[in-house]
Write a new protein. Structure first.
Length: 431
């Protein structure tokens, strides 16, 4: 049974197991996988796919024929759902697109900033129990809006070598350029270093288990990554007027992810806390994944009762959850008190699943308390910023003494001379 505790001030480090690498020390195993892929390329990928996925593949790619067959095999109603969700995601993320700017100053000085897309991006999509269509939409659409020209999707196959038709349908809707039937640390290695079939990319995004997280950590620097994602989290902040069945359902929506997920209720009402505790037990019996959810709640499930909603908001800030629901009468008033959260769901009719699949904001979110300093996946993750600067000769001459003095105070004489030489000699003659 999910425990209830009265609290004055939360210590999240004491309460929640939130280390993305907590399951095991997988470093040596991941090193071996990366080394094998770098040395043996496609051969290693086929070996690992045979060993971990039970699939015997001659071609690692998803063909155009397979993509079209998957589209036809997906029922028309779900295809329409995918299209509507994609439209919502595009509408939201299109507001994140930045414009270049130019600043002109006195004396003919020009400076500014321009945005250019990352050229190649790899998207990892786990299979649990099937490749997630929602993850494909959420990771690919912002990249397309940013202008990424080559988006490579990797996802492990079923034992028969197929990929979920729903996932391939989502890939078609999102506009993926290439798809490969590989997963795990070996897929990360292939994207980071390239093989005969799989292209080397510039950035890797997407979720995964502990092996994928470890592999992303190890290849960072060779390529960019989005984040090191830990287990999924939800914190429901509720007053005493919420329906306990709704709150319990929302807690269980995260607990069923895996045994390390965390589901937390913070409320100022002991009556609600007890009602939710009872309701969780009732609803657990109805879940196909009840064993996973029960273990998750035993490890990281908590109900905290605080003296006020203000104190509850401070508790939420201390935990910095991936998903935060504000199930209160006036969620917009409480919103101003929230400083640390990945995605915030306002009111009693905005369950976390609304954001997972359909509404538009991204569901790739900071976990393990990293919402204290990081943000959801966005168009920004797929662009680079370059500044530019132009000084005419007269402007440089005016600034040169100060620049040279600054450089010499840092002990960098060559820096100083690179400025003063331009004020002493002609740029064409060099004398």
């Amino acid at each position: 049974m999910i425990p209830i505790e009265r609290v004055e001030k939360l210590d999240p480090a004491r309460l929640l197991r939130r280390d993305a690498q907590a399951e095991a020390d997988v470093s040596a195993a991941v090193d071996a996988v990366i080394g094998a892929v770098r040395t043996r390329g496609d051969e290693a990928l086929r070996d690992y796919t045979r060993r971990f996925d039970g699939a015997e593949l001659t071609d690692l790619r998803v063909t155009e024929a397979e993509l079209e067959a998957a589209w036809e095999a997906t029922d028309a109603d779900f295809r329409r759902t995918l299209e509507l969700a994609a439209e919502n995601i595009r509408t939201f993320h299109s507001r994140q697109i930045h414009s270049d700017f130019v600043l002109t100053r006195e004396g003919g000085i020009v400076m500014g900033q321009r945005y250019t897309p990352i050229e190649k991006v790899g998207v990892c999509v786990p299979r649990s129990p099937v490749a997630f269509p929602s993850t494909i939409l959420m990771n690919v659409i912002p990249a397309k809006l940013a202008g990424v020209k080559d988006i490579v999707l990797v996802t492990p196959p079923e034992a028969d070598g197929s990929v979920s038709p729903a996932a391939l349908a989502a890939a078609k809707v999102a506009g993926v350029d290439r798809i490969f039937k590989i997963g795990g640390a070996q897929a990360v290695a292939a994207l980071a270093y390239g093989t005969e079939s799989v292209p080397r990319v510039d950035k890797i995004v997407g979720p995964g288990g502990v092996f994928v997280a470890a592999a992303k950590r190890k290849v960072f620097g060779q390529v960019a990554i989005d984040m090191i994602a830990g287990p999924s989290e939800i914190l429901v902040l509720s007053d005493g007027r919420s329906n306990p069945a709704w709150v319990a359902a929302d807690l269980l929506s995260q607990a069923e992810h895996d045994i390390h997920a965390s589901a937390v209720l913070v409320t100022d009402s002991m009556d609600l806390a007890r009602a939710v505790q009872r309701e969780v037990e009732t609803q657990l019996e109805q879940l196909p994944r009840q064993d996973i959810a029960r273990k998750s709640l035993k490890t990281n499930g908590r109900i905290f009762v605080t003296a006020s909603l203000e104190a509850a908001a401070e508790a939420a800030n201390a935990i910095a959850p991936e998903h935060l629901e504000l199930c209160v009468d006036d969620p917009f008033a409480l919103l101003s008190r929230v400083r640390n959260a990945g995605s915030i769901f306002l009111g009693r009719s905005a369950p976390e699943a609304l954001g997972d699949y359909y509404a538009g904001p991204n569901h790739t979110l900071p976990t393990s308390g990293t919402a204290r300093f990081s943000s959801p996946l966005s168009v920004d993750d797929f662009v680079k910023k370059s500044s530019f600067l132009y000084y005419p000769q007269t402007a440089l001459q005016e600034a040169a003494p100060r620049i040279a003095d600054f450089a010499r105070r840092e002990g960098l004489e060559a820096h100083a001379r690179s400025v003063t030489i331009r004020c002493e000699t002609d740029d064409k003659k060099g004398e």
